[in-house]
Design a binder for this molecule. Structure first.
Ligand code: NDP
Length: 305
């Protein structure tokens, strides 16, 4: 029977470990690691994400400051805010909440974050180090996937891993991490032909697409491991019924106005796997735990220099 990889419980364990490391850090340096979270505009989902990240910092004793900038902030003004955070001795990590308003050039801003404070692991210097297998700050979601696989003793050495999705945030860095763990990695995307056939060869399937319940049972080899990265909020009753059926908790929740989430993998496909990460409660909580760890690592690394 398919076994659930409990990302929520795992994240809790990791948070305890980080909290204990933060106590050691404080004993050694007389201060706590500090994360600066920068958010531009009023996107409600982004504000919820930042609030959750700040709450998570609090829980492990990491200090945080949030910088909320108005929607009409110019690229140059944002660059100036980042410059100040780069130069501030108190700040260990800088988190720039995405997406940015359309008038701001995201790449230019991400490139301006000091690589040593780049807790999202998106700076080209950190990505380059990841290619060479010597990065200390790596994108949080791919790290969360690797952590889940590692802590559930899933062998990667010699396995076929197929990742659907090639974003800079998830697919590409995860491909490198899996390759460094000696998996044989295939990366798929929207132009891949015969996708179900390619995915069905995988011992480990990662779905990072952004399409609700896209990967169905026909893609999954029996006893494969599934890491479902996607987080999709279902918008119509028809979608909820198509995926979860017209009776049960999900459709009741939807009818009561509660938000119903689904991953990029159809929940029915989990049954064919040996282990899978659920949505919610899989990779999502681990992503936040990895942000906390990156902040601690950034603080430790800065103070060693
Ligand atoms: P992007 O939109 O940046 O990338 C999506 C990728 O999926 C692209 O490479 C795209 O291909 C590919 N894709 C889209 N449609 C298809 C298709 N029909 N067949 C095959 N491949 C396809 O998304 P992200 O990587 O940022 O996020 C992916 C998912 O993960 C989203 O649901 C997001 O919400 C979730 N997420 C979850 C996190 C967590 O904490 N658990 C954190 C970050 C993201 P192409 O390149 O050809 O366009």
């Amino acid at each position: 029977m398919a076994k659930l990889i409990d990302g929520k419980a795992l994240a809790e364990t990791i948070r305890h470990e980080i909290a204990s490391n933060v106590v050691d850090f404080y004993a050694q340096h007389g201060r706590r690691p500090l994360l600066a979270a920068v958010i531009v505009g009023k996107d409600p989902a982004s504000h919820i994400y930042v609030r959750n990240k700040i709450k998570a910092c609090d829980q492990v004793g990491i200090e945080s400051r949030s910088f909320e900038l108005p929607e009409d902030t110019t690229g140059n003004q944002l660059l100036e805010s980042i410059r100040r955070l780069n130069e501030s001795d108190d700040v260990d990590g800088i988190l720039l909440q995405l997406p940015l308003p359309a008038h701001i050039n995201k790449t230019r801003i991400l490139d301006s974050i000091s690589p040593q404070k780049d807790v999202d692991g998106l700076h080209p210097s950190n990505v380059g180090l990841l290619v060479q297998g010597r990065a200390s700050l790596i994108a949080c979601t791919p790290l969360g996937v690797i952590e889940a696989l590692r802590r559930y003793d899933i062998t990667l050495n010699g396995k076929n891993a197929v990742i659907v999705g090639r974003s800079d945030l998830v697919g590409k860095p995860l491909a490198l991490l899996l390759m460094h763990e000696n998996a044989t990695v295939t990366i798929c995307h929207s132009k891949t032909t015969n996708l179900p056939e390619v995915v069905s060869r995988a011992d480990i399937v990662v779905a990072a697409i952004g399409k609700p319940a896209f990967v169905t049972g026909e893609y999954i080899k029996r006893d494969a491991v599934i890491a479902d990265v996607g987080i999709n909020v279902l918008k119509t009753e028809g979608e909820v019924v198509r995926i979860f059926g017209d009776a049960g908790k999900k459709i009741e929740d939807f009818r009561q106005g509660k938000s119903v989430l689904v991953g990029d993998v159809h929940p029915d496909a989990y049954a064919k796997s040996s282990m899978y990460t659920p949505v919610p409660g899989g990779i999502g909580p681990l992503t936040i735990a990895m942000l906390l760890r990156n902040t601690l690592v950034a603080a430790q690394t800065r103070l060693k220099i």
